[in-house]
Design a protein around this ligand. Structure first.
Ligand SMILES: N[C@H](CCC[C@H](N)C(=O)O)C(=O)O
Length: 253
């Protein structure tokens, strides 16, 4: 099987396409394993769909399914376009619903990709834990968000406790002097901090915007310090940034 390895601002994925959906939990664990496999935060499998440009399966590195992955959606859009599986402007089906994405400034190895996420849903705005107030927002997958003065320290143990109490990803974020946003994310299913998390950055942006701590259309900087561009059109959050195909290889599956 021909597979590709992608990095979306440090959140990295193995991607291939097949003719049908299957249970690939074990394959995801094998391919994503940092020592024994290729190494990635997730596995994405593109399969045909009769109505949309394609459908995908998304697996975290521990083999668990997730409905949505913001960075994965951008990497997958570049992969689909460059493998003639979708046009430059595409719509594909995920577990969270239909995602619209657009590839620009394209080359076979990298490109700029914008994804429009499914409408954000606020589940709770007043979760008190360790003296901090967390919001729980679903941006395709559930995210806990704490808005604080800085993100220099990220208490991974506290994040892990919250991840299991709420079965959600856990984010801390802070507003920069120029009105942009720093975000750090503990990802469910990776069970550690990742270098970027698209749905997490989007959930943090949404809380900060609703609380009038940031304007619309800002820059967001994840742990990797790359720059992502986020905006809200009243219905959905758009999320744009560069993705890179780091390599392709044949892999016996
Ligand atoms: N770990 C997440 C899925 C991947 C989300 C993240 N990689 C993104 O870019 O949105 C979960 O199980 O809810």
């Amino acid at each position: 099987m021909r597979i590709a390895k992608y990095s979306a601002n440090g959140n990295d994925f193995v991607i291939f396409h097949d003719d049908s959906k299957k249970e690939r939990n074990e394959l995801a664990r094998e391919l994503c394993h940092r020592q024994d496999g290729i190494g990635a935060d997730g596995l994405i499998v593109v399969v045909p769909h009769e109505k949309y440009d394609f459908e995908w399966e998304f697996y975290n590195s521990d083999g668990s399914h997730a409905d949505m992955c913001g960075n994965g959606s951008r990497a997958c859009a570049h992969y689909a376009y460059n493998n003639d599986l979708a046009p430059q402007k595409m719509s594909f089906l995920t577990g969270a619903g239909v995602i619209n994405a657009e590839v620009s400034d394209n080359s076979p190895k990298e490109g700029m990709v914008l994804s429009e996420l499914t409408p954000p849903e606020i589940i709770d705005q007043a979760i008190e834990y360790n003296g901090k107030t967390w919001w729980l927002i679903n941006t395709g997958v559930p995210h806990l968000i704490c808005l604080q003065d800085d993100v220099e320290e990220f208490d991974i143990e506290e994040a892990r406790e919250l991840r299991f109490i709420y079965n959600a990803n856990v984010n801390i974020c802070s507003v920069t002097e120029d009105g942009n946003l720093n975000v750090r994310t503990y990802e469910r299913g990776v069970e550690d901090e990742t270098l970027a998390c698209g749905t997490g950055m989007s959930a943090c942006f949404y809380r900060a915007y609703l609380e009038e701590k940031v304007q619309n259309n800002i820059e967001v900087y994840p742990t990797s310090k790359d720059t992502l561009y986020l905006g809200y059109n009243g219905q959905t959050i758009t999320f744009k940034g560069r993705v890179k195909k780091t390599f392709e290889t044949d892999w016996e599956i």
